[in-house]
Design a protein around this ligand. Sequence first.
Ligand code: ADP
Ligand code: MG
Length: 219
Amino acid sequence: MLSVRDLSFAYTRGGEELFNGLSHAFTPGRVTAVTGPSGRGKSTLLYVLGLMLTPSRGAVVLDEEDVSRVSDTTRSRVRAAQIGFVFQDAALDPSRVILDSVIEPALYAGWSAGRARSRGRELLEQMGVAARADHKPGEISGGQAQRVAVCRALVTDPAVILADEPTGNLDRGNAEGVLAALTRATSHGRDGSEGDGRTVVIATHDPFVLEHADEVLAL
Ligand code: ADP
Ligand code: MG
């Protein structure tokens, strides 16, 4: 279970304060859309939830533990084991083939190459992009790249998926495909039966995503 308590963040000491003491519990098994005007802090909130930034005040609580102020080692371990991140515009490494980008978080989490590759191919298959596994990102469409980025975020089967404007530059058909993939991802575990389900948080201003999200958090 992921929540924030009395959360504020400023990029610089004395600078503009974001979130103004936000408290919110994200519901496992649900897609929550974080919305708000440009510059309000949607991306920053995902970075704070993803433990890439430390709050100025308040806490990020994961399974009853304040994970926002733990040691770097613990933070890295929690991130690798529990959090999948879909960066804005997919942000795939242009120099590597897609399968290698997808399995990188699993290798980082200590999986064997064989196990990671088989899990990576399985996910690419589910997202309909397996035929592109050995291609570079420059050879696939924007919609395919976003689905690949979702595979990468799911590869370690994390409890929390954070996605930054994942439908940002996509036409409606591709946006539907990416949102469907993220919605399916709320079923935690590959048989869909494990635990309470995964927590999916999408930063977005796309009306289509807002309409189909289970919950909306407006910043
Ligand atoms: P959104 O995703 O809602 O458009 P952001 O989280 O990107 O908003 O930005 C929130 C605010 O923080 C904006 O005022 C932005 O200019 C500022 N900001 C974003 N990144 C940085 C940074 N690395 N350093 C300083 N200020 C930043
Ligand atoms: Mg943003």
